[in-house]
Design a protein around this ligand. Structure first.
Ligand code: GLP
Length: 242
């Protein structure tokens, strides 16, 4: 696992956007796995700037979703599909035809999970998976105690994660769904390159546990220690407990 400490979130965004741009130059139809949350936004902004300036071409790029709320209609502004369309696909000039994601409104959610897991493999696998990290060390929506070998499946959110995410639902925790679909930890680890970005001192404990703690289901992000090509990019505040 490589740990890169950058001065601030903007520098982290630039670093990861450049890695994505280099990948797309080498492999124009690369499948980029993307995360939601506030942390990755500087990455998407820096990559979009490169697209606008012509430094990278996304005409053949493909995007894969990491996780999704169960039960929110796809056109709900806070469904992760909508969020990614707004924050990633549109700014990068990538159409929904190049988007892979699970169906959070499927009648049979478990079948939708399995179908998505299969679809990722059939698409050739994720080339670069960008991750954020929850304050409890979760990646995607793999909460503590998730199996390190898990596949894409339905999960129940912890109270803490619902509290953390209430800010996207007018601060009203009642509106935050209880159930989600998430790529499993085993699924995430199949990406060829996994890049985790963490910024701010609120993530310092989770980063220290993931990087320097034991590999343990109690801290899902610690599973990245098992990956042959994992990069953890942290700003100075998030690196404060390393
Ligand atoms: C959610 C997402 C995660 C994300 C986490 C942290 O739980 N499912 O993928 O990493 O939030 O979000 P933020 O970057 O806003 O702190």
């Amino acid at each position: 696992m490589e740990v890169v400490i950058v001065p601030d979130a903007k520098a982290g965004g630039e670093l990861i956007a450049e890695a994505m741009a280099q990948l797309l130059r080498r492999k124009p139809d690369a499948l980029l796995g993307v995360a939601t949350g506030s942390t990755p936004l500087p990455v998407y902004e820096a990559l979009a700037a490169r697209v606008r300036s012509g430094a990278v071409d996304t005409a053949r790029a493909r995007i894969a979703q990491l996780d999704e709320y169960v039960g929110l209609p796809a056109d709900h502004p806070e469904s992760y599909r909508s969020v990614l369309r707004r924050e990633v696909l549109e700014p990068l000039g990538i159409g929904m035809d190049a988007f892979l994601g699970p169906d959070g409104t499927a009648e049979d959610v478990q079948a939708a999970c399995e179908e998505y897991d299969r679809a990722l493999g059939e698409a050739g696998g994720v080339d670069l998976q960008l991750l954020g990290i929850g304050t409890d060390g979760h990646i995607g929506f793999n909460e503590p105690c998730s199996s390190l070998a898990s596949r894409t499946r339905i999960k129940t959110l912890t109270e803490q994660t619902r509290v953390d995410n209430a800010r996207f639902f007018d601060g009203d925790i009642e509106q935050v769904p209880h159930h989600v679909i998430t790529q499993g930890i085993g699924t995430i680890l199949e990406a060829r390159h996994v890049v985790l970005l963490a910024t701010g001192e609120g993530k310092a404990d989770a980063v220290a546990a993931s990087v320097e703690g034991p590999v343990a289901a109690l801290c899902p992000a610690s599973a990245l220690q098992l990956h042959p090509h994992a990069t953890v990019v942290v700003d100075e505040a998030a690196a404060g407990k390393l």
